[in-house]
Design a protein around this ligand. Structure first.
Ligand code: ZN
Length: 200
């Protein structure tokens, strides 16, 4: 019997014309549901922390490294949807208890990075406000921004908002944006259904 792919994978397959959309556990064979297996409550709690880790890691990357990519634009909605499904199975209180310490850890990580970023001196060469990426990337000389770094500098410019190669045509770019927006809406609908929010 053919195993079904998880509903949370809906719409997250590879995007036509864009390289690199196959994500393990999201849109490949390993995203298939396992028949005749029921997880224990404990297992769901572990999974909740697992998917929360994925989401916060991606958020950190997007917030502080100001970039994203084909992995992030698929894993983030998938993990968010799975989390909502797990929450509906566990119940809100048990779910919140399960993820509380993971949330707290990540809040600390974000706060520390915010703190570092807010204390950075402007770039020695161009005077632009340096960000966390400039500080954390070992390839950027101390005190410089990524634009003034002679070694790289184009890291940020190569990607458009969704981490897709800037060599895409306008049309492909528009299709990619639409794809991302559609999946964002799917995610919101799924979360709202699973967590008892208002249906639209
Ligand atoms: Zn600079």
């Amino acid at each position: 019997m053919q195993n079904q792919i998880a509903v949370e994978s809906d719409g997250l397959g590879p995007l036509a014309g864009v390289v690199g959309g196959g994500i393990r556990g999201v849109n490949d064979k390993s995203a298939c549901l396992v028949e005749n297996f029921k997880p224990t409550v404990y297992e769901l709690e572990v999974l909740a922390r697992h998917y929360l880790e994925k989401i916060r890691d991606i958020e950190f990357w997007e917030r502080f490294y100001r970039t994203t990519g084909s992995y992030q634009i698929r894993m983030r909605p998938f993990a968010s949807r799975r989390l909502a499904t797990i929450e509906s199975a566990l119940g809100e209180q048990r779910f919140q208890n399960a993820i509380a310490s993971t949330e707290e850890e990540w809040n600390k990580v974000f706060a520390e990075a915010e703190e570092i970023e807010s204390n950075l001196e402007p770039c020695k060469r161009c005077g632009a406000q340096r960000n966390y990426y400039d500080y954390a990337d070992p390839h950027i000389p101390d005190g410089y921004c990524s634009t003034c770094d002679p070694a790289s500098g184009q890291a940020d410019d190569r990607c458009d908002v969704k981490g897709l190669q800037a060599t895409l045509t306008e049309e492909e770019m528009a299709a990619a944006r639409q794809w991302v927006e559609q999946n964002q809406r799917r995610t919101e609908t799924h979360i709202s259904r699973m967590t008892g929010g208002p249906d639209d």
